[in-house]
Design a protein around this ligand. Sequence first.
Ligand SMILES: Cc1cc2nc3c(=O)[nH]c(=O)nc-3n(C[C@H](O)[C@H](O)[C@H](O)COP(=O)(O)OP(=O)(O)OC[C@H]3O[C@@H](n4cnc5c(N)ncnc54)[C@H](O)[C@@H]3O)c2cc1C
Length: 389
Amino acid sequence: MNCKKNYDVIIVGAGPAGTTSGMILAKKGMNVLVLERETFPRDKLCAGLITLKTQELISDLVGQDLSKLQSRGIIEYQSTAYGLGNTQDLFYQGKMEYPFYFVKRKIYDYFLFEKLKSSGARVLTGQKVIGIDCVKSEVFTADGHRFKARFIVGADGAMSRVRNALSRLNVVQKPWLDGAALALECFIPRDEANFYDFPVIYFGYVPMGYIWSFPGRTAYCLGVCSGEIRDGRKLKKILRDFASKSGFSLEAMENIRAHVLPYGDFEKKPGYRNILLVGDAAGFADPLLGEGIFYAHKSALLACQAIKLTFECPANAARVYARLAQEIVQEMDYARFWKAVTFKLLSLNNYGLLKCVFAKFSPKLVETIHGLRSFKWLRPKKWSFSLLT
Ligand SMILES: Cc1cc2nc3c(=O)[nH]c(=O)nc-3n(C[C@H](O)[C@H](O)[C@H](O)COP(=O)(O)OP(=O)(O)OC[C@H]3O[C@@H](n4cnc5c(N)ncnc54)[C@H](O)[C@@H]3O)c2cc1C
């Protein structure tokens, strides 16, 4: 195997976490290599809901305000209304001051990928990473290449190879263990169904999970996730039964696909020495709803901060990152608490009570999801998006 050039940083994966890390570090003048197994534009199974905090972070990151992101089609749909349902019907319908936005991941990720390419980072696509030497700080690809760097960022998603390599050293958990959910999803053209034109989440169909219907400009995204049912066929049947009862065309559901969703299996210390895990690779999706796009961007910002600090003044980057990432870990811990409360309430099967509780807490919970409050007792919060300027 031939060892190519040494880099300051190698980033594995070019999803939201990888592109954010690559862009920021390259703009800081670092010698960055991004290795991505797919070629772009590529799809990623995701419902594409983004919140106010994500929109604000993205606008800062790419220097484009909301109206620009909308006019360029990066954000394709929005809704200030939302609904919560159970196996019988919608039991709560709310209205928010700020909308939920929707993106198509093929477009969103390609947009970020192009920004990454123009940032000065070296980007190699079609390069599947198959191994990491955590001691020598080297990365091996399926094509037989070997690359070396001072820092390695694992931004390679829920089934992360980088996390797997670290788990063999017993410094992090393996990916896809307790806490992760199996998620199934399909897109149904809007003219083939007549459903709510706002996002709805239905509880009660699956244990430790939910069914969702999110509208887009041209299609509904219909999906199901469960932290307990690991049998894809069983989940598929539940989703098809729901779809048929809700008037969706079953033919349009032939394209159901599955993916792992981090759902509480986050790492409290997401790294080891000079190897840092970001986004899904660290299990950073909120354990209540599985929102992961924001945490992919945000953890990437924190990892960049840790790399910049330890680049200038050598120290254990993973320790610095773990300290910075406490902001995310704390949110995840409290979101896990709300998840336990929510599913406990649901298990009581008292929908009168549910309705009252959701009517009382939903507005604050929605503000939390938008980033205006913390999952810690729903207190007001302001996320910062320092881009290392
Ligand atoms: C069904 C479903 C619905 C979801 N809906 C939402 C939602 O509505 N809103 C939300 O906020 N979040 C949602 N999520 C979560 C969200 O998709 C993830 O949290 C987010 O994509 C994480 O970004 P990432 O950059 O960490 O990883 P990814 O987006 O998974 O990107 C990882 C990248 O690494 C590449 N890669 C993987 N392995 C290798 C390798 N060995 N070598 C090289 N490259 C590699 C992949 O090709 C990919 O490009 C959903 C997830 C699922 C499964």
